[in-house]
Design a protein around this ligand. Structure first.
Ligand code: URA
Length: 215
């Protein structure tokens, strides 16, 4: 168990005015939805931390669990189940009983951004929460960055120059006590356009599995 539980933003976090205003709009339109910063899923200090971009409108922002209820989650959770990082059945609901095994999922930005596009300042404002997640990791832990924005925010959090650790699908970077694995984001756009195939995504998690098992 980690000594500290990572910090999480409060439900009415005011730190990014644009995101807070968007949250209020969505609360008025869909009062039954989560519509708040989405907490990380899984035990803090797990051997694997997966970092997405930000909650999806109809996925995590609706259900309150990262990647739950949208397209990106279908591929992510199927892959985690296949490689032993999850147990149970993924049924697109936070109460589906799915558990993560030695893994945790978080987002670089905890609130829903309009058009799924957080601004640079918003990514920076949310970074202390990412730093808190990293601080809870043991030496030798793996992080999977889903997409360039997560990768860049992780590098900035770890004070690593972006040129020293360029983003690329399948790239691995030894960053001090952490091994960073990069993947293209498992978004509908990337999978529909063939930028990311199931095989490409699985090959990243196959490497992560080897690393976690002590390659
Ligand atoms: N859902 C999330 O929680 N994060 C993403 O990056 C995409 C969908």
């Amino acid at each position: 168990m980690p000594a500290i539980e990572p910090a999480a933003p409060p439900p009415d976090c005011p730190a990014c005015p644009r995101l807070a205003a968007f949250r209020e709009e969505n609360r008025a339109k869909w009062p039954d939805w989560h519509n708040a910063p989405v907490p990380s899923f899984g035990t803090a200090g797990a051997r694997l931390l997966i970092v997405g971009l930000a909650p999806g409108m109809h996925g995590a922002n609706r259900t309150g669990r990262p990647f739950t209820g949208d397209w990106a989650g279908d591929l992510l959770y199927a892959t985690l189940l296949k490689f032993g990082f999850a147990h149970g059945v993924y049924d697109e609901r936070p109460d589906d009983g799915l558990t993560l095994v030695g893994a945790r999922i978080t987002n670089a930005v905890r609130c829903l951004p309009p058009q799924n596009k957080p601004e640079t300042a918003e990514i920076a404002t949310c970074r202390p929460y990412l730093a808190s997640e990293i601080a809870a990791l043991d030496d030798g832990a793996a992080i999977v960055a889903l997409g360039r924005i997560a990768h860049d925010s992780l590098c900035r959090t770890l004070a690593v120059k972006l040129k020293a650790a360029p983003f690329g699908h399948g790239a691995e970077h030894e960053l001090g006590r952490i091994r960073l694995f990069d993947s293209y984001h498992c978004s509908r756009y990337n999978t529909n356009t063939g930028v990311l195939t199931t095989e490409m995504f699985e090959s990243v998690f196959a490497r992560v599995r080897e690393h976690v098992d002590g390659d």
